[in-house]
Design a protein around this ligand. Structure first.
Ligand SMILES: O=C1O[C@H](COP(=O)(O)O)[C@@H](O)[C@H](O)[C@H]1O
Length: 235
């Protein structure tokens, strides 16, 4: 069983405000303590509820690095690009935005993963915050259930990013991915999971019960997380 604290909200607006408050606090604390904040955020649809509220916060964004938990292996101007979403909301904030995708390797997921891994070596780890999303199938970042699951979770601990192919391909984004590794996600100072709807609540509850040996990616990542875990949930 993995312990997590649940925060439940009447609506997504109230949830978005609380998440923005909490991330603002984490960023300010990190800047005060070490001069910069490294904040990892998810892609997909759920962050769209929070990014506008967070981006409007009066912070010294020039001292903030924003990176993604994962991205789709597509060009930055492709509508599926998580980095495109990040740029849309934070592009004028002054924050450093880090893409996991090197457009030289759009046809080669393994090389794309190695390129991201090399790039990430120049950042200061662990991250101050890893904010995880979760798909209906229990995937988190781009660690999916299926044949790539073992490769994704059993890699060397020093590996920070890797290229993966979800099987089956998710209909909403049927492309290869580059994802942060389990060890990178799980070593953050703070970990939050943000989900909506009854189905995802059931999936996450089951995954937490299964703990570190969970059959679901989100359960595996959270089971290995060193920090306390906060779950934000709204209908
Ligand atoms: O493909 C992805 O999906 C998950 C879940 O996204 P959501 O749309 O169900 O919120 C997301 O966390 C991940 O970053 C993204 O690349």
């Amino acid at each position: 069983m993995t312990e997590a604290e649940w925060w439940e909200f009447e609506n997504v607006e109230a949830m978005a405000k609380q998440i923005a408050d909490d991330i603002e606090f984490i960023i300010k604390q990190a800047i005060e303590k070490k001069g910069r904040a490294l904040i990892i955020v998810p892609g997909g649809s759920t962050p769209k509820l929070v990014f506008p509220t967070l981006a409007a916060r009066d912070l010294d964004w020039s001292k903030v690095t924003l990176m993604l938990t994962d991205d789709r292996l597509v060009a930055k101007d492709n509508p599926l690009s998580n980095f495109g979403l990040l740029t849309k909301h934070f592009g004028s904030s002054g924050a450093e935005l880090v893409s996991l995708i090197d457009e030289n390797y759009l046809d080669d997921r393994a090389a794309a993963g190695r390129a991201a891994d090399q790039k990430l070596a120049s950042y200061k780890w662990p991250a101050d915050l890893v904010w995880l999303g979760m798909g209906n199938d229990g995937h988190t970042a781009s660690i999916f259930p299926g044949p790539n699951f073992d490769e994704a979770v059993n890699g060397p601990r020093e590996r920070r990013a890797l290229g993966l192919l979800p099987v089956p391909l998710p209909p909403e984004a049927p492309v290869a991915r580059v994802t942060l590794s389990l060890s990178t996600l799980a070593s953050a100072h703070t970990v939050m999971v943000v989900i909506t709807g009854d189905h995802k609540r059931t999936v996450l509850t089951d995954a937490l019960k299964e703990g570190a040996s969970s059959r679901l990616p989100v359960g595996r990542v959270l089971g290995e997380t060193e920090a306390s875990i906060d779950v934000y949930w709204s209908k």
